[in-house]
Design a protein around this ligand. Sequence first.
Ligand SMILES: *Cc1c(COP(=O)(O)O)cnc(C)c1O
Length: 240
Amino acid sequence: MNTVAQNIRIIRQRMLQACLKAGRDPQEVKLLLATKTVSAERIKEAFACGEILIAENKVQELKEKYPALCGIPHCSHFIGHLQSNKVKDIVRCGVECVQSLDSLHLAEKLHQRLQEEGKTLEVLIQVNTSGENSKFGVAPERALELIYQVSKLDTLKVNGLMTIGALSEDEEKVRSCFRLLKQIGFQAASAVIANVRMREFSMGMSGDLEWAIEEGATIIRVGSAVFGKRSAPLPVDAAR
Ligand SMILES: *Cc1c(COP(=O)(O)O)cnc(C)c1O
């Protein structure tokens, strides 16, 4: 089995190839390590390779690993379904961006907490581009409305969009999800909404990162291709 360091080299190579093929500047695409079920020790191996961007999808895991990792400079995002009663932990554990904002209710809970703490938070709006994970992500036709609503909450800085592509081997099907995300991004950007920027497009995972990069991803989220197959069952919102 490969080490974390070897796997990261392979992923960085794949990213570079995809950027070259797409005529994109490799600097435009960030590698986010999806660290669910991965121990703090193995996450530190990735930090030792120079990686700095990680994300959990469960608040419980975030809380468990935070003490071991908070002394090492890195950037932490959140990419899972977030229950509003766990919002305080997100703020406390130094999460800089919630990529999975998909409802006004959650936005209001975050805003309330952030106001109390005098803080701001970067967010991405999660869009359900595949129609598959019906529970998570705002429907594409409602995305713009949600972006408007969130823009009114001044502690939340909308910085782009996130999606999980279709769970399919069908390249066209997967790519059409990524294209739809970009399209919504263009719409939102041309609407010029105060407090809203469309800088980040978080899309693509271990299996489809090349397609995502070719379709314009600025953040790819990679778990298993770096840390190996997960032994624990996948949460429904991350089934892949
Ligand atoms: C786990 C996870 C990923 C990474 O998936 P892999 O297929 O292991 O690369 C990406 N995005 C989200 C939201 C996840 O939960």
